[in-house]
Design a protein around this ligand. Sequence first.
Ligand SMILES: Cc1cc2nc3c(=O)[nH]c(=O)nc-3n(C[C@H](O)[C@H](O)[C@H](O)COP(=O)(O)OP(=O)(O)OC[C@H]3O[C@@H](n4cnc5c(N)ncnc54)[C@H](O)[C@@H]3O)c2cc1C
Length: 384
Amino acid sequence: MPVQAESGVGAWSRAEIAAFVDKVVAPRAAEFDQTARIDPSIIAEFAGRGLWGAVLSEADGGTGAGMTTLAEVHEEVGRGCSSMRSLLTVHSMALYALDRWGTETAKQRWKADLVAGNALGAFCLTEPEAGSDFAALQASARRTDDGWVLDGHKLWVTGGQLADVLLVFARTAVGPAAFLVEAANPGISRIPVRDITGTRGSQVAEIVFDNCEVGADALIGPEGMGLAIATGVLDIGRFSVAAGCVGILQACLNACVSYANSRHQGGALLREHQLVQQMIATIATNTRAARLLVWQAARLKDTGSPDTIMATCIAKQFAATAAAAAANDAVQLHGARGCTDEYPVGRYLRDAKVMEIIEGSTQLQHILIAADACRNQARVIPID
Ligand SMILES: Cc1cc2nc3c(=O)[nH]c(=O)nc-3n(C[C@H](O)[C@H](O)[C@H](O)COP(=O)(O)OP(=O)(O)OC[C@H]3O[C@@H](n4cnc5c(N)ncnc54)[C@H](O)[C@@H]3O)c2cc1C
């Protein structure tokens, strides 16, 4: 069951989720990073608190209380462990797609298990030749008498080693389409991807579809609408990543304040040196700014405003860039110790770098943000 709210603002209070992260998630983040796998018991811990179903509100059959609460949950998990937050992100994307575009048969088959965390979802869009330009995807879906046959090659699938159900994008005779496919299908091979810079515990896989037969009900949404569905799902992914980056920023701030308050150099604590203060001030300011941008995107989602799409791009671009810069400064502030596993800041830096690439790289966000600004004559997005 979800944790009950203290304040009545949703299924979780921030204090409750923060305490859970401090007790259960953060202490294991280094282990997940070093072993490049998560312990299955943590999936059950998340399930016990209803976290896998939080992207859907209770009214929609989920466990969540809206996007503002979701942002807090994904920020807190991201503060403790970016690998777990990445797994939550792609799972949430698959569940969101199922709920919004799935057939009744597919919902009957998967929704309750995905909400409960009895099954995990993953998102398969990127291919060897189709990265940022995902419209160039080559995976194919051929219609048969009783369903579809999928062929193709997907790369960098977060949670791909663990997932039970895959949201797959493939090209039909009509155009790109989305499918929800059981990962245990004999036409699917999963190859673990190791030695990634960051989010090493998120168990990334390369996935090959070879004559993969699925039923007619595997199609999600109208045939030919795959790119629009991918864009809608990426908006949820970007939102989650942006919130997770706020978590990385907060973790960097916590680590820097703690170290600057205890390390002496030149006859003074580090915190008394003005150049150190500059680093801490910048991280503190960017943490707050990123959190406000995510909060704005969340509010706009909760009110159903289309402005949330651009607000989410802006939040993701700012939060990912700020998190990478903050983690770089956090390593700097820790000196040589920051370059060892004695402190978590090196992991924060590796995880933050990944955030500048996934769910639309920083360059892609810049393109989208600039296009929107120019198209709309630099209009002001309402704050609330
Ligand atoms: C740890 C990790 C997890 C991931 N998880 C998933 C997942 O779960 N599912 C999934 O489908 N994918 C996933 N990805 C893939 C990720 O979404 C892609 O890596 C990303 O979209 C970029 O594609 P690419 O790597 O092919 O780079 P490319 O598209 O080849 O880009 C290379 C560089 O060129 C820049 N660039 C590209 N096009 C332009 C342009 N038009 N203008 C200016 N600059 C441009 C990019 O910003 C980047 O800096 C993951 C990646 C990583 C590293």
